[in-house]
Design a protein around this ligand. Structure first.
Ligand SMILES: Nc1ncnc2c1ncn2[C@@H]1O[C@H](COP(=O)(O)OP(=O)(O)O)[C@@H](O)[C@H]1O
Ligand SMILES: [Mg+2]
Length: 350
């Protein structure tokens, strides 16, 4: 069901402020909640060549474009390539910048971007929490979690007051990268929350105790603008929109932008559009290049310079249950998400 942003009734204007980290345990994650290491397959194993090069733009040389003078090198967005500095190391952590990874269209790379941007930020020494806010549980599965067997998930966190975030938190195999997993149970939450007071702030309340432990919290939204997505927008500071470079994607962005504006007006004045990341780009098709030109015309600097090419490596990583940065660390896809992480850090200054 696609539902535009809900009315303001029941909205409680609470702006989250960070609080000191919980004193319960150093990282608040019990050992039994750590994701067991996977089968003894040597990593990185994804850097081995795969057999489908003809549809794989990943390892092709980047398209070299120059401006009309033939001097300045242009990036895939058609703008001059900018040098993004390497991020400064961080010595302390938090308060977290909460970012909703949002697009009501499915299959555009939200989950893939959440996992791989998160892992790339973690590689930069940032502490990152990924929140699976899609009942499909693809984020959890993509990180190797047997999510259908879990007793406690984001669903319990949202609807049961007694469940604390530390009961649900899991550590992933990637250093600095934690997860709040979900499964199909979450699909009941939209209906269960409808009658709650402050229903749009349920996720914000749940995340509040850990804001000071993390530098980034990335929320993988479901493909709808329903109550779960509004919960993500209501507690986020930024929105990153992953979009596939095709004509119909452009039309959906207007509705999403409208929802973001309504949530900013009614629930969360801090909410900003952080950026648009073009995914599954194939520079060899005229259609993709034309849509890219239009996206940059309409959204200007909101569009990240980093563009994620279409490559079979990403579906492969979903099967492997790990980010591309560990599975195929030298691949074009891994480099691209590292570049995106540098842009995200440069834009947010942390
Ligand atoms: N850059 C890419 N190139 C090729 N396939 C991709 C790319 N990014 C994602 N995919 C694949 O596309 C499918 C949808 O991606 P996903 O991240 O799950 O989208 P969403 O979360 O928006 O539904 C998945 O099978 C994923 O592996
Ligand atoms: Mg998804």
């Amino acid at each position: 069901m696609v539902r535009a942003c809900t009315s303001e009734e029941g909205a409680i204007e609470t702006v989250m402020t960070p609080q000191p980290p919980s004193a319960t345990s150093p990282d608040g994650i019990a050992d039994q909640q750590r994701i067991p290491s996977g089968p003894a397959a040597p990593a990185p194993h994804g850097d081995v060549e795969t057999a489908t090069p003809e549809i794989d733009a990943d390892d092709t040389a980047p398209t070299r474009l120059t401006d009309s003078d033939g001097e300045t090198e242009l990036g895939p967005t058609g703008r001059p390539l900018r040098v993004i500095p390497d991020p400064q190391p961080v010595t302390s952590h938090g308060p977290a910048k909460v970012i909703a990874m949002c697009n009501q269209k499915g299959g555009v790379g939200k989950t893939t971007s959440t996992i791989n941007l998160g892992a790339s930020l973690a590689e930069q020494g940032r502490r990152v929490l990924l929140v699976d806010l899609d009942p499909q549980g693809a984020l959890s599965a993509g990180l190797g979690v047997a999510h259908n067997d879990l007793d406690l998930t984001v669903h319990n966190l949202l609807v049961e007051r007694k469940v604390s975030i530390d009961d649900v938190l899991m550590r992933t195999r990637v250093e600095n990268l934690d997860l709040l997993p979900s499964n199909i149970d979450l699909s009941a939450a939209e209906i269960q929350l409808v009658t709650e007071v402050g229903r749009e702030q349920s996720l914000g309340r749940a995340l509040y105790p850990v804001l000071d432990r993390y530098d980034y919290i990335l929320i993988d939204c479901q493909p709808s603008l329903g109550l779960l997505t509004v919960n993500a927008l209501a507690c986020a500071e930024g929105v990153i929109i992953p979009m596939e470079c095709e004509y119909f994607s452009l039309r959906g962005l207007a509705l999403l932008n409208d929802t973001v504006e309504k949530v900013r007006d009614r629930l969360n004045p801090r909410l900003q559009m952080s950026g648009i990341v073009v995914t599954m780009f194939d520079a060899r098709t005229l259609h993709a290049r034309e849509v890219m030109t239009r996206v940059v015309e309409v959204f200007g600097d909101l569009v990240y310079d980093t563009v994620i090419s279409r490559t079979v490596r990403f579906p492969e990583t979903s099967v492997a249950g790990e980010p591309i940065t560990t599975w195929a660390p030298k691949s074009g896809g891994a480099q691209a998400y590292r570049a995106l992480a540098r842009e995200v850090i440069a834009r947010s200054g942390r």
